[in-house]
Design a binder for this molecule. Sequence first.
Ligand code: G4P
Length: 305
Amino acid sequence: MPIHWYPGHMNKASHEMKSVLKDVDLIIELLDARLPFSSQNPTIKELSTTKPCIKVLSKSDLADPALTRDWQAHFEQEESVKTLATNLDIKHKAESVLHLCQKLSPKTLRSTRTMIAMITGIPNVGKSTLINALAGRKVAKTGNEPAITKGQQRIKINEEVTLLDTPGILWPKIHNENSGYRLAISGAIKDTAMNVEDVAFYLSGYLLKQYPECVNQLLDTKTLPNDDLALLEALGRKRGCLRRGGQVDLEKVSSVLVNEFRTGKLGRISLETPRMIPAEEAQVEQLKEEKKRRDELRKAKRKKK
Ligand code: G4P
């Protein structure tokens, strides 16, 4: 699925993030609990072994609770990582994050100066909601305000913690095609930058395989549709997404399905599990190798000419 969504300012923001990381004591990385792997920033992934990191699994009220626990255990295998699953309970969210910040604060730092905690997260993951909860007031979105030119802002939370906010960014290339679809389903990628039918077909196929009981509930039936197209057509007829002549309007029903996922109407669903990832990463490596070989071959051919 070709995705055209990476504006220039995001690239700049990613470079800026790398350059300030050395001055940061702790990283608070917001992940979407429904896609904790795909919503991870690769830059942070590289550096998380050296800096203490709190991975906040946001929107856990929409995710599959058992899989959220699996993801937390998976991430916490790394010594420097602690995790938190949060929902819309703002007060609890702020208290838990601050408690972990204090716990992870480097010993040498305590009582000498304020801790700098960098907060990151892809668009729409719930970063502003968390920052507002921590600050106890509405803070302007970093990068979305013309006045904030550096793309980062410092927000004093209390005497112990200052947040360094970074713009909500995605990365230039998503090598794992599955991650691209999952990000699109979650709403992290703008709908105008993707083909909603492709995304809905991916989601339908996944639901049939991993959450058949949700499909039965969605269609109010005991018999599962044969495939992704049959699922979308059945839903289209149920929701009245029809063209003149009674044919299902696939574009319309695709938007309906994706929106019902985003708002939790389909139930608590996660789009990936820790067990799925090694095979996907191996496939990405294989594709990279194949591309490298093709590029080398092309170069050699050109040289010959
Ligand atoms: P961002 O800064 O990372 O871009 O995200 P932001 O906080 O603006 O949140 C994006 C949307 O996600 C908001 O909904 C917000 O209410 C919702 N959200 C944030 N955290 C959670 C959570 O833990 N659970 C659920 N279910 N939703 C969460 P919105 O419809 O875009 O705006 P609004 O209804 O809050 O005005």
